[in-house]
Design a protein around this ligand. Structure first.
Ligand code: DGT
Ligand code: CA
Ligand code: CA
Length: 570
């Protein structure tokens, strides 16, 4: 969480420099540093305190220049270069860049021509049709910006699952410092693994509620205390997220856990079942007349109705009650079922950690294999390799593979699907790979039919094994491209191609609903992190929880196979 502050500063600096039309290499360096710092597992501040500038420079993506800025921030709480640029481009103006369809050039132009310096003003101008006609602005571009604004408005007040998870962990750790605290459970959408979370709902049992509440409101990340009571308190954290805590009696813990985990629709169904049986269900328990007949554990809550335990990720009223009734709940995939990560970038393109380091972390995670899958020529912004460079890079991988024991490194690439559906590489080169991933990285705005044909054509290439991030969405930032996914999944089924569930919490692409659809159509899903550094291998967790929301079992996921079976299948 502390690191996030630094990452945020460099991201902002990158945007500011872009607005100032500074050197593109410098801009990329800041972007890379931000990414690397955000996913770095140690504390940046501690590293500086122990080893100074020199130690900072051991962090991937951090050179002398960036290390000095970190130092400046730690010592003065400011970065002068940033302060200077913020005078020219204030935060309200900067926010324009978070709108899909708004680049730095457009933002600067709009300010100069019609004085737009905030998202509010942009929204008004776009809605009034005042953008088209300005330099380089057509009807389409205006529409695009309008869609970007809507997307932003829709996601306002929601947080990525990863951010919510970080805060929930920190809060739980903080609460555990209270001596007589008993159970602590983050419930709500977080426990169900939803891709975005509105607020945190923490449940605790303890002897003294007062001690808990006193301690809760002193959590260092609290920005504002909204309410402080005996059974419930609410705060707003510094990132704008609300957190509610409830102290419940141990005899009602199961009922409260079930109620506050939700979803609301799931809860309503149980209450209705209760009514039919003459039982009252609420957050205190299940009651027959005045007698409480269940409530201590969640299992008990389900068992009273003759149901097995329904995992939180399934509680969306999407068929889990019927499946429980028939004893046909899936045995959901677990993190420990994953045997390897099949989508990883190395420094040969836009990754930041050496392959050896990645392999070491993968081994620690208990994996049997990883695949190094760098970008191909057309993805220039990410430093994509030509065919010749890729073959040379494979020789490097072979060398490393023969040196490293206990894990196998597969050679692959994330090959661009060109606008006409052909691939960036010839079959002669694809043939040399252990695994071929294919992805769309350009021309996102094609009409649906063209995009669908483009992707389906690529899937028909016999060397292509996995389609990565199938819709290209970035949660709250970029809409999925127009594509008929159902058709894509059918072609995947026919051609024996696998579909990625990209575990990056900004993507989670395929989403839960389409994971379920893939399963129905018999398409195996690959859960992969798309890691650009070793720490990002831990993002697998978010992929697995999304897969669970999509009802996937171990057998539905390709990278649960041991290496031998995987290679046979490929
Ligand atoms: P969020 O915070 O918007 O991401 O979503 P949740 O699911 O965490 O919703 P939240 O925080 O409003 O409430 C937590 C849980 O409390 C919710 O999942 C189910 C339960 N709950 C809240 N309001 C109601 C209600 O009106 N009826 C029922 N049956 N349950 C409710
Ligand atoms: Ca919530
Ligand atoms: Ca809540």
């Amino acid at each position: 969480m502390e690191n996030e502050k630094f990452a945020q500063i460099f991201l902002e600096l990158a945007s500011l420099l872009e607005l100032a039309e500074d050197n593109p290499f410098k801009i990329r360096a800041y972007g890379k540093a931000a990414q690397s710092i955000e996913s770095f597992s140690g504390s940046i501040e501690d590293i500086y305190k122990k080893g100074g500038l020199k130690a900072l420079q051991e962090i991937p993506g951090v050179g002398q220049h960036i290390a000095e800025k970190i130092e400046e921030y730690i010592l003065t709480n400011k970065v002068s270069a940033r302060e200077k640029l913020l005078k020219q481009f204030p935060p309200k103006f900067l926010e324009l860049l978070t709108i899909q369809g708004m680049g730095p050039k457009t933002a600067v132009m709009l300010r100069k021509k019609i004085g737009i310096d905030s998202v509010d003003k942009l929204a008004k101008a776009a809605k009034a049709g005042k953008l088209k006609g300005l330099a380089g602005m057509g009807e389409k571009k205006e529409q695009n910006i309008l869609r970007g604004i809507e997307l932003k408005e829709k996601s306002r007040g929601r947080f990525l699952l990863s951010e919510a998870t970080d805060y929930a962990h920190a809060l739980v750790e903080w609460l555990q410092k209270v001596k007589d605290i008993d159970k602590i459970m983050p419930a709500g959408s977080l426990r169900r693994g939803c891709e975005t979370v509105g607020d945190l709902d923490i449940l605790v049992t303890a002897k003294s509620s007062k001690k808990i509440m006193d301690h809760f409101v002193k959590f260092p990340e609290v920005a504002e205390v909204l309410a402080k009571g005996e059974t419930k308190s609410s705060v707003v954290l510094k990132n704008g997220m609300q957190a509610d805590i409830r102290v419940v009696p141990p005899a009602s813990f199961g009922a409260a856990a079930h109620y506050f985990t939700g979803s609301k629709q799931h809860n309503i169904h149980l209450r209705e079942l209760g009514v039919k049986k003459g039982l009252k269900v609420n957050e205190y328990g299940i009651f027959k007349g005045k007698n409480k007949i269940a409530g201590k554990t969640e299992e008990e809550m389900f068992k009273t109705f003759g149901f097995p335990f329904i995992p939180p990720e399934l509680r969306e009223n999407r068929g889990e009650w019927e499946a429980a009734q028939k004893n046909k709940l899936p045995k959901l995939i677990e993190l420990k079922d994953i045997k390897g990560d099949l989508h990883i970038h190395s420094p040969a393109t836009d990754g930041t950690d050496p392959i050896e380091k990645i392999a070491k972390v993968a081994k620690k995670l208990g994996y049997e294999y990883i695949a190094i899958t760098d970008h191909t020529e057309s993805t220039r912004v990410a430093g994509g390799l030509t065919e010749k460079e890729m073959l040379k890079h494979f020789e490097e991988i072979d060398k490393i593979n023969s040196k490293i024991k206990g894990i196998t490194i597969l050679k692959g690439a994330e090959v661009d699907i060109l606008p006409d559906g052909t691939l960036d590489y010839s079959n002669e080169v694809l043939k040399e790979m252990d695994i071929v991933l294919a992805a769309v990285h350009s021309r996102f705005k094609m009409p649906e039919k063209e995009m669908t044909d483009r992707i389906c054509k690529a899937l028909k290439n016999k060397y292509v094994k996995i389609l990565t991030h199938p819709t290209g969405r970035l949660i709250g930032e970029r809409e999925p491209y127009a594509v008929n996914l159902e058709k894509v999944l059918k072609v995947a089924a026919d051609t024996g191609t696998h579909i990625e569930l990209n575990a990056n919490p900004h993507r989670l692409d395929l989403n839960d609903i389409y994971c379920h659809k893939a399963k129905e159509l018999g398409v195996k899903v690959v859960i992969a992190t798309d890691a650009h550094n070793a720490d990002s291998l831990y993002l697998m967790y978010f992929g697995v929880i999304t897969a669970r929301r999509g009802w996937l079992e171990k057998k539905d996921v390709l990278n649960t196979l041991p290496l031998k079976n995987l290679l046979n299948l490929l």
